[in-house]
Design a protein around this ligand. Structure first.
Ligand code: P1T
Length: 386
């Protein structure tokens, strides 16, 4: 059965990259838990030499993710950060990157605390205004790095506009698509050169693995990225690839429920005076709402809001029973976190203040539980601060 490209998203999620195992017909890709492969004679092998270089479970995952993003080449990594780091390893000292100012704290930390020391330069700008991207360009700019919507204030960047700017400047455009998943947004179709995921989140979806992936269409670029994957070696193990593949089979179902629940929660929070400012791209008043509607088929399930003070945030969060206080997002269970203390602690306080990540700022990742239980839970939390 030839699957993939011509099929619709849900079919690609269930079948993409996965063929019955050639030796047994096993319908699930086996977990090839092996580090190496027997060769008949030196250099005479079946296409598999060493598991850092090739592994059948990983290849199935790579094909699956590529198919979902509508791309040709998928490259899997041991974490989202490993994927990000591998993309940066395409660059050389002196190169300059224009980057969204509100990226995941770990992305900022990697660029600012590690890669800066290797002679790379980064400008962090508010890419939701394309003029800022243009202003950020220098003659050394070779890459534009976007998160949209951003983590955690959910700013939206127009990918088609950004891509036109990147192409004119002959810079690569990279999009971290973690918050949307390919179910809602496919940046390669909007002009990105590289799309990237923390597969830890929606793609795997069950809080049981750490993983990352890159998808690209250009064969030369993909070849360089496969080279980095093998040479630098930040590869995922076969068990994690298997779990990610299993998660992917329900991606389309989960995303629908995630979004349904998030929309209800947004509507609920809007009526709560304690939620002083709400960040959600599905809000018709969100500055990026129209762009989001144009370039994505949904709004995701991250809702951030400001509850005024650290004291309020602590009281609110400590009352919750269904939401778990934890870093991460995009899994079946609802999570809640305090970016200033948790995921974005490595962002300098003055940057956080500029972005609106105050001490009362809370981010929730809405899961797929029964919505009424989630609403009851939020009501319990809000009761603690009234
Ligand atoms: O955690 P890891 O799989 O290495 O992925 C890093 C990463 C990359 N990109 C985005 C947009 C992310 O949100 C993350 C990880 N983020 C969290 C752990 C978090 O709670 O925001």
């Amino acid at each position: 059965m030839k699957k993939d490209k011509n099929h619709r998203f849900g079919t690609r999620a269930v079948h993409g990259g996965v063929e019955p195992d050639p030796s047994t017909g096993a319908i699930m890709t086996p977990i090839y838990q092996t580090s190496t492969y027997a060769q008949n004679a030196p250099g005479e092998h079946k296409g598999f030499e060493y598991s850092r270089t090739q592994n059948p479970t990983r290849i199935a995952l790579e094909k699956s993710i590529a198919t979902l993003e509508g791309g040709e080449y998928g490259i899997a990594f041991s974490s989202g950060m490993a994927a990000i780091s591998s993309v940066i390893q395409l660059l050389k000292a002196g190169d300059h990157v224009v980057c969204s100012d509100d990226v995941y704290g770990g992305t900022f930390r990697l660029f600012d605390k590690i890669y800066k020391n290797f002679g790379l330069e980064f400008s962090f700008v508010d890419t939701s205004n394309p003029e800022n991207i243009k202003k950020g360009l220098t003659e050394k700019t070779v890459m534009i790095w976007l998160e949209t919507p951003t983590n955690p204030t959910l700013k939206v960047t127009d990918l088609k506009e950004a891509s036109a700017i990147a192409k004119k400047h002959k810079a690569l455009m990279v999009v971290d698509n973690t918050f949307m998943s390919p179910y809602f947004q496919r940046p390669l179709e909007l002009g990105a050169d590289i799309v990237l995921h923390s597969t830890t989140k929606y793609i795997a979806g069950h809080s049981d693995i750490i993983g990352g992936a890159i998808v690209a269409n250009d064969s030369d670029l993909a070849e360089k990225l496969y080279f980095i994957q093998n040479a630098a070696g930040a590869v995922p193990g076969p068990m994690d690839c298997f779990l990610t593949l299993r998660g992917i089979k329900t991606l389309h179902l989960r995303m629908e429920r995630h979004e349904h629940n998030a929309r209800k929660i947004f509507e609920y929070l809007k009526k709560q005076p304690a939620a002083k400012k709400i960040y959600y791209p599905g809000d018709p008043d969100h500055p990026g709402h129209e762009i989001q509607k144009k370039q994505s088929s949904g709004f995701g399930s991250i809702v951030s809001f400001d509850i005024g003070t650290l004291e309020n945030a602590r009281r609110f969060m400590s009352e919750l029973e269904v939401f778990t206080i934890a870093e991460s997002l995009g899994s079946v269970e609802s999570l809640i976190e305090h970016p200033a203390i948790m995921t974005h602690a490595s962002v300098p306080p003055e940057n956080r203040a500029k972005l609106g990540i105050t001490d009362g700022f809370i981010r929730i990742s809405v899961g797929v539980e029964d919505i009424d239980d989630l609403l009851d839970d939020l009501g319990r939390g809000l009761g603690a601060i009234k």
